[in-house]
Design a protein around this ligand. Sequence first.
Ligand code: C2O
Ligand code: CU
Ligand code: CU
Length: 510
Amino acid sequence: MSRLSRRDLLRALGGTAVAAGVGVPFARGVRGATSTGAPLPSRLPLPRPYQRPLTLPETLRAGPGGLYTIVQRPGVAEILPGVRTPIWGYQGRFPGPTLRSRSGQEIVVRHRNELPVPTVVHLHGGHTPAADDGFPTDLVFPVGTGPVQAHAGHHDPLARVAIGSRDHRYPMRQRAATLWYHDHRMDFTGPDVWRGLAGFHLIGDDEEDRLPLPRGDRDLPLMITDRSFAADGSLAYPVRGDGPGVTTRYAAGVLGDVIVVNGVAWPYREVPAVRHRLRLLNASNARRYRLTLDPPPPGGPAFAQIGTDGGLLAAPVWHDAVEIAPAQRFDVVVDFGRYRPGSIVRLVNTWGTGGTRDVLEFRVGAPAPDGTAVPARLSEVPPAEVPVTTRTFRLRHDPVRGMTGWTIDGKPFDPALSVARPRLGQPELWRLGSDFHHPVHLHLAPFRVLSRGTGGPGAYDHGWKDTIDLRPAEQAALLVRFDDYAGRFLLHCHNLEHEDMAMMAAFTTT
Ligand code: C2O
Ligand code: CU
Ligand code: CU
């Protein structure tokens, strides 16, 4: 196995011709350098975009006693028209069913594992007790696994291993927001999510309900992912032998060449000429997007951003384009009433080329009554507090166990090692530094971005975030306060290849 030298990486980042025996490990062109990763070409003919309608994942209903049950199992999906693609899914679907919960109302979700591998589910953006959060070694082994098998081979003395199923208690002591749930198995999150283990979890509350925002079928959760396909229609993923991680060529991230929204390649949606809320989620392993409307609407910016990872902004922020890194959410309102009926309006990724530029097509229909508005005040967001502790974390490319990998402060992920012990209730300043693109995510608490480099927060840093889009050679400062739950949580890069190749660290709140 060849290892990338630091020089190869820097050369790739410099955008000069790179062969270096391992191909071009990082996204083309760094003038472009819009994503850190390597393109994985599909091996079957790809369809024309915009042939099939957008679908919306079904809402999961609670069973007796209010218990939600999700079965993780293999399924078959039609992602490309007429092509049967085996997937792993929550309820055998990709995306999984949408959960809808209410702020302040605890729910319990039972996950039953009928897949051939152990899994562990995490509610991303959840303010969740440690035992329910989905720590990467808290594995649920498949139904029928023997106890000896389940306890062998793990070196984390604190792991809470289960067989068959686990009940996750989510107190939901948090505001309305667009969350998502996905697999978090140590070393294998990239392939597991790529195979389909991801779904939406939408929290509602009274504050949001009082606003005149679009709702019902004018409120569209959009899970945007990129995927690549093998010749037989299965999902391609460049696994490294039977161990964790990907081949060296893809060590920086896997970039698919098909853009899949809610499980359908390049869908279209017919919309009445009224305001819609789009809940944009980038659930891609490594790809970053710059989303805009083509053509742009007459008379003003395309998007009114009303929310982000941690829910509503204080006031709307207007954008012509939205830059979205893996795991981030942007809730935007688009007014299709500004287009002439019959218009074709595309949500495009201006950082993509060819098929990765196309995302989703809206076919604007007739005007309809529209009682919605984008209010000038959305929510109360308190002023940032004064931190009492400062910590620094450096994210960078490093060899890990003799192979190419990614570390935080030079250390590969060790589940048994806590790199910080934040006190509950105390505001902290977290300084992050990066070498390449690293979408850095914290569990348990949302944060505020205070600065990037020597400037203030960026155009996409408004509101409560749980994932910051760190760009190459960038530094940022976050203000975070962990509350309520003592225990073991995570800080990690949400480029899933980086995460699997060790760019993760545990911290323990006390
Ligand atoms: Cu979206 Cu630690 O995960
Ligand atoms: Cu998370
Ligand atoms: Cu990273």
